[in-house]
Design a binder for this molecule. Structure first.
Ligand SMILES: Cc1cc2nc3c(=O)[nH]c(=O)nc-3n(C[C@H](O)[C@H](O)[C@H](O)COP(=O)(O)OP(=O)(O)OC[C@H]3O[C@@H](n4cnc5c(N)ncnc54)[C@H](O)[C@@H]3O)c2cc1C
Length: 194
C-alpha cells in the first residue's frame, strides 16, 4: 500500500513535475505518486486501470520529446524514490538497478568495482536508467557499445493493469519465446509498461 507521503496533490505538487526543459509551465497534474516498491507500482496502476485514470511516467524529465509531461487529467508516476543500485556482480558483468536510479550513480558504482557501464550522455546526473531504457538512449559511446537496448539483459515490468512481468534475467541466453523487453518495452516511451 502507498503511504500518504507517497502521494502529492494540490499545492504540494512541486513545479518540477509539470515544467518542460525550457522552464515553461504546463497544466498541473491531478496528483503525483512516488512509489518505493514494485508492489506499490502494481497496486497503483491496478487502481488507475480500474478507475480509468491516465498515468504519465516521469524519470529525470530530461527527455527531448516531451513524453514525461502530464496533462491536467493525468496522474504522474514518478520513479524518484526507486533510485537504488541493488547489485553489481563483477564476475558476471551484471548490474541491477531500480528504474529511478540516475545514470551517473550506476556508472560510479560500477567504476568502484573497476568496470565500466558504457551508456553515457550529458544529462547523466539527472536522467534515470528507466528513462534511458524507455527512450532507448544512444549517448556518446553508441558507435562502440551500441544503444541502450544492447546493454539490457532483463527487465522487471509492471503493465497498465498492474500485472508484474518477472523478466529480470542476469544472462544473455533466453529461448523462452518472444523477447518482450526488446519487442515491447525498450524504446516505447513508457506507453506499454513501467
Ligand atoms: C543535454 C541532453 C543530452 C542528451 N543526450 C542524449 C544522447 O546523447 N543520446 C540520446 O539518445 N538521448 C540523449 N538525450 C535524451 C535522452 O534520451 C534522455 O535525456 C534520457 O534518456 C531520458 O531519461 P529521463 O530519466 O530523464 O526520462 P524522462 O524524460 O523522465 O522520460 C522520458 C520518457 O520515458 C518515459 N519513462 C521514464 N521512466 C520510465 C520508466 N521507469 N518506465 C517507463 N517509462 C518511463 C517517460 O514517460 C517519457 O516518455 C539527451 C537529453 C539532454 C537534455
Amino acid at each position: 500500500m502507498l503511504d500518504s507521503s507517497s502521494v502529492l496533490t494540490g499545492a504540494a505538487i512541486d513545479e518540477r513535475y509539470y515544467h518542460d526543459l525550457a522552464g515553461k509551465a504546463l497544466a498541473k497534474p491531478r496528483a503525483v505518486v512516488r512509489p518505493r516498491t514494485t508492489e506499490q507500482v502494481s497496486d497503483f496502476l491496478r487502481l488507475c486501470h480500474h478507475e480509468k485514470v491516465s498515468v504519465t511516467t516521469q524519470g529525470g524529465m530530461t527527455g527531448l520529446v516531451r513524453g514525461a509531461l502530464p496533462n491536467a487529467k493525468e496522474v504522474v508516476l514518478s520513479t524518484e524514490r526507486m533510485n537504488a543500485v541493488e547489485e553489481v556482480n563483477t564476475s558476471a558483468g551484471v548490474a541491477i538497478a531500480q528504474a529511478g536510479a540516475p545514470l551517473q550513480r550506476i556508472q560510479e558504482r560500477v567504476e568502484q568495482e573497476g568496470h565500466t557501464f558504457p551508456l553515457d550522455l550529458a544529462e547523466r546526473g539527472s536522467c534515470t536508467i528507466g528513462g534511458n531504457i524507455s527512450t532507448n538512449a544512444g549517448g556518446n559511446r553508441v558507435i562502440r557499445y551500441g544503444m541502450t537496448r544492447d546493454l539490457i539483459l532483463g527487465l522487471e515490468v509492471v503493465t497498465a493493469d498492474g500485472t508484474v512481468l518477472h523478466g529480470l534475467r542476469k544472462y544473455l541466453k533466453s529461448n523462452t519465446g518472444i523477447d518482450l523487453k526488446q519487442q515491447l518495452f525498450i524504446g516505447s516511451e513508457g506507453i506499454l509498461g513501467w
